[in-house]
Design a protein around this ligand. Structure first.
Ligand code: NDP
Length: 250
């Protein structure tokens, strides 16, 4: 079971993993955890000071030297993402995994009233930029021995829910994209595509979505890392096209 997976100490040794939204919340803890299990981590995010803090934390824990990739996924162009691919080839030489974790909530409101600019922004960050970055980095990932692309969904990405608007729709599109990539590549590459649904987790985003909730009643990002490590490690070779829910419910 992926949720209760007990990772071996060096299970990500030799792997280079890019994490988007690595400066805060679940992405920050995933980056630290991947480094702890031996990976070289590429920290992508929009707030450089937050990336620097994670960078320093990895260094002080004795992890492999990470790299910072400041990028705002709302504004980044496809050609900037292709340049990023060139940079990774030149400076690091390989890419074994991407954790697509960056995301924004947008508004919780009926579609009838949903602000269209916010709608476009949420779709851009959560879905379109995720697609663009995946496509731009695909040549590198197909060269990896056992590449793994992990998208981040949500319960509302599997089951549409009233008032969750663009967020729910963006996550449904992400799940569909993971499925389509899986179908289109399963006979031609070892690269695998899966989605994680972290379930309700103690972060800023969750606090915005559920302001009345006691954060202490929620699991922390640390509590759910087994699944994040498992899907990146060679222990999950053969797991393709899944939506892995890390908690029984949110
Ligand atoms: P947070 O809001 O705590 O963190 C989101 C991260 O994404 C931040 O590091 C943020 O950077 C980054 N980010 C946001 N916009 C951009 C952008 N335009 N360009 C680059 N980076 C960006 O969220 P969580 O940690 O809670 O969520 C992580 C993922 O998990 C999301 O995809 C979310 O939808 C999903 N999820 C979370 C759940 C939960 O309960 N927490 C439940 C289900 C799914 P910065 O800090 O610089 O703004």
């Amino acid at each position: 079971d992926i949720r209760t997976f007990a990772p071996q100490d060096n299970c990500l040794n030799g792997k280079t993993i890019l994490v988007t939204g690595a400066g805060d919340g679940i992405g920050r803890i995933a980056a630290l955890t991947y480094a702890r299990y031996g990976a070289t981590v590429l920290l992508l995010g929009r707030t450089t000071s937050k990336l620097e803090a994670v960078y320093d934390e990895i260094e002080s824990l004795g992890g492999k030297q990470p790299a910072m990739l400041p990028m705002d996924l709302e504004k980044a162009t496809y050609s900037e993402m292709q340049q990023l691919e060139g940079l990774i080839v030149k400076e690091i030489g390989q890419l074994d995994g991407i954790l697509h974790n960056a995301g924004i909530l947008g508004e919780l409101t009926p579609l009838e009233m949903y602000d269209v600019d916010t709608f476009a922004k949420v779709m851009q960050v959560n879905f379109t930029a995720t697609f663009m970055l995946t496509q731009a980095l695909l040549p590198l990932l197909k060269d990896a021995d056992n590449g793994s692309i992990v998208f981040t969904s949500s319960t509302v990405g599997t089951y549409p829910r009233a008032f969750w608007g663009a967020y729910a729709l963006s996550k449904q599109a992400v799940e569909g994209m993971s499925d389509i990539f899986t179908q289109e590549t399963q006979n031609t590459t070892r690269l695998r595509f899966n989605c994680i649904n972290p379930g309700g987790t103690r972060t800023n985003m969750r606090a915005h979505a559920f302001p009345g909730e006691n954060p202490m009643s929620l699991k922390t990002p640390e509590d759910i890392m087994a699944g994040y490590v498992c899907l990146m490690s060679d222990d999950s070779i053969g797991v393709r096209g899944q939506v892995v829910a890390l908690q029984p419910k949110d």
